[in-house]
Design a protein around this ligand. Structure first.
Ligand SMILES: Cc1ncc(COP(=O)(O)O)c(C=O)c1O
Length: 362
């Protein structure tokens, strides 16, 4: 078997050792006489997996006891609805930073539920930059301030999170969770779909400050209430057991590789390799993002023509570098380099970029 380097934005590459462990234990889980995906989610076998996934997550990201960790279904997309349903139905309004395609989805759903003010509108700069604290217009009475920590499509990432005073930050961290340390005191809620840095699709992690649970209205249908999930240790209904088990293995792998500090170091080093390849190409490759907020996870770039972009993607695929086509809404190219993308994969891509530019430069 020859595995390609997979630069897809998500679902994305997973550590080979995790895939092999999943394969090894698929038919029988640790001497239980059955597979974990056949076992009751109330069984002691599953309970151990569930609690270990949560405690590894808490340990690696240093989540303080002030915050609960929930494992939900529905993807980050369900959170676009659950956040406003839990915190806006009382009639309050929220602030939101409109930073690109994913923030827009959060905005559109929140507007169906309550009132949303734009604390920042990136449309004027084609979503290629993010605001400084001074450029943010925040309402001190907002129920929360929503931001998207990393725009997976645009390749724009918040490098630090603003001081919002008493207003809790709610963050969609789907594409950069577990890539850098987080200081939790400013965050009322963080959510992330698993299928980038945490595992396969199917589980969504929500980290919620305990006092935010008091705001969840009792009138909500059960699944939509964070309080219901928190009160049942995310076992109110059948959880996505396969994905949670895979996430546990990914987190164990992160721990063995050196934990969050090492993920952070590698993310900076891998993204610097690609940004240097772009900068050093005499304008053959272009990254349109404000250098202040270039993503360490999704490196976007353009070539001189769309024709060359197509050729780049197809020749790269043939060379074993997969998933480099930019999102269909923006075109161009994108290399997603999450935690499980090895340094060697990024080095191979940088070399391919350099060779391709030499061949096709006018
Ligand atoms: C930043 C961000 N938010 C939300 C989503 C939507 O996630 P899901 O497909 O898990 O609902 C994605 C998916 O790529 C994303 O990158």
């Amino acid at each position: 078997m020859v595995r390609k380097y997979n630069f897809s934005a998500g679902p994305s590459t997973l550590p080979l050792s995790v895939l092999q462990e999943l394969q090894r234990t698929l038919v029988e889980h640790n001497g239980a006489g059955l597979s974990l995906i056949e076992a009751s989610h109330r069984s002691k076998e599953y309970e151990a997996v569930h609690n270990s996934a949560i405690s590894l997550f808490r340990e690696l990201l240093a989540v303080p006891r002030t915050h609960e960790i929930l494992l939900l279904g529905g993807g980050a997309t369900l959170q676009f609805a659950m956040v406003p349903l839990n915190f806006l139905l009382s009639g309050s309004s929220c602030d939101l930073a409109h930073s690109g395609a994913w923030a827009r989805k959060a905005l559109e759903d929140a507007r169906k539920v309550g009132s949303v003010r734009l604390a920042f509108d990136g449309s004027a700069s084609s979503f290629m930059t993010l605001p400084t604290r001074q450029e943010l217009s925040l309402d001190p009475d907002a129920a929360y301030f929503h931001l998207t920590s990393n725009e997976t499509i645009g390749g724009v990432q918040w490098k630090e999170f603003p001081d919002t005073g008493a207003v809790p930050i709610v963050a969609d961290m789907s594409s950069d969770i577990m890539s850098r340390p987080i200081s939790f005191d400013r965050f009322g809620l963080i959510y992330a779909g698993a299928q980038k840095n945490l595992g396969p699709a199917g589980v969504t992690v929500v980290i919620i400050r305990k006092d935010m649970l008091d705001r969840c209205p009792d009138t909500l249908p059960a699944y939509l209430s964070y309080k219901v999930h928190a009160e049942s240790n995310s076992l109110y209904n059948t959880p996505p057991v396969f994905s949670i088990n895979a996430m546990r293995l990914v987190l164990q792998w992160v721990k063995e590789e050196g934990g969050l500090a090492e993920c952070d170091r590698r993310a900076h080093s891998k993204s610097a390799t690609l940004y240097d390849a772009i900068e050093g190409s005499d304008g053959f490759y272009r990254n349109p993002v404000d250098p202040r907020c270039r993503s360490t996870m999704n490196v976007v770039f353009r070539l001189p023509t769309e024709e060359l972009e197509k050729r780049f993607v197809s020749e790269a695929t043939a060379a074993g570098l997969d998933g480099l086509k930019g999102h269909r809404s923006v075109g161009g190219c994108r290399a997603s380099i999450y935690n499980a993308m090895p340094t060697e994969g990024v080095a191979a891509l940088a070399e391919f970029m350099s060779d391709f530019a030499s061949k096709h430069r006018q």
